[in-house]
Ligand binder design. Structure first.
Ligand code: PAF
Length: 281
């Protein structure tokens, strides 16, 4: 097990990337906000398949948080993250301060357009502009050929694909890692108390039931939405949205078709979780 190089300034990371590129290496980046879990490990494993140098970025990006308490309570543990990266053979960790990523007046803000206006975009104003801006900034610093993103954040993946089109970085989506009871792995799961943790399994169950109903021939989007919402609400969850959308554009899909996504966001005991499932039986 070799410790990764840790870069805390943009200049250090740029210089390391440049030296690797000059030596003929390829670079895969795994952008994260830290609090690494099995879902991130899956991204790192995929990154190793795609390039011979793997960089994990650990940066809790303030511009993508719409609620100050969410930013304040976001789990942070750099020592544990570095240990995970060492165990997974990561070559470098870029863990910058806010001013390294956003030097005064030097970063262009990105507006991802209509793809970012619905669902997460509607419930978290400014969120995707923050995500798109930081991802492009991290790419500028790390100079990767390829970047890994989890499919759990499906709209984020679609937004990143759309804003990165044509910039030479290959965007790879990696399958969601789930707990044995179906709950998607998320850094926010640590905030669930035992009762909410139990109730939260209604989120993947609702997605599965909607998918099963669709597979049995139900094509009315309204009926499918109601079915999913009721399962979450019966478990005590509060639904922000549950919808069926085109996987690339995130526009509502009616009637839903194979390949579309069932996407949902719901609150359990004060913790907001998101998840999705592809209609693809
Ligand atoms: O998915 C995340 O952890 C973040 O949104 C990302 C992509 C690292 C940007 O801050």
């Amino acid at each position: 097990m070799t410790d990764p190089s840790v870069c805390s300034t943009a200049a250090e990371m740029v210089s390391l990337s440049r030296s690797w590129i000059a030596e003929g290496h390829t670079i895969a980046v795994v952008p994260t906000m830290g609090a690494l879990h099995e879902g991130h490990v899956a991204l790192i494993l995929e990154a190793h398949q795609r390039a011979d140098r793997v960089v994990v970025t650990v940066f809790v990006n303030p511009t993508q948080f719409d609620r100050p308490t969410d930013l304040d309570t976001y789990p942070r543990d750099l020592a544990a993250d570095l240990a995970t990266c060492a165990a997974e053979g990561v070559h470098a960790v870029f863990a910058p301060s806010v001013t390294e990523v956003y030097p005064e007046g030097a970063v262009t803000t990105v507006d991802p357009g209509p793809i970012a206006e619905h669902l997460e975009g509607e419930h978290r104003p400014g969120h995707f502009s923050g995500v798109a801006t930081v991802v492009l900034r991290l790419f500028e610093i790390v100079s990767p050929q390829v970047a890994m993103f989890g499919e759990k954040d499906a709209q984020q993946l679609a937004v990143v694909r759309s804003v990165c089109e044509g910039n030479g970085v290959d965007i790879v989506g990696v399958t969601t890692v789930r707990e044995p009871d179906g709950l998607a792995r998320s850094s926010r799961n640590v905030h669930l108390d035992p009762a909410s943790r139990q109730a939260a399994t209604a989120l993947p169950s609702a997605l599965r039931s909607v998918s099963d109903a669709w597979a049995s021939g139900q094509r009315a989007a309204d009926e499918l939405r109601t079915l999913g919402r009721e399962i979450i609400e019966r478990a005590g969850g509060e639904v922000d949205y549950l919808d069926l959308v085109d996987a690339a554009t995130f526009q509502p899909s009616n009637p839903p078709q194979r390949g579309d996504l069932i996407v949902a966001a719901a609150w359990f005991g004060g913790v907001r979780l998101i998840d999705n499932l592809r209609l693809d039986p």
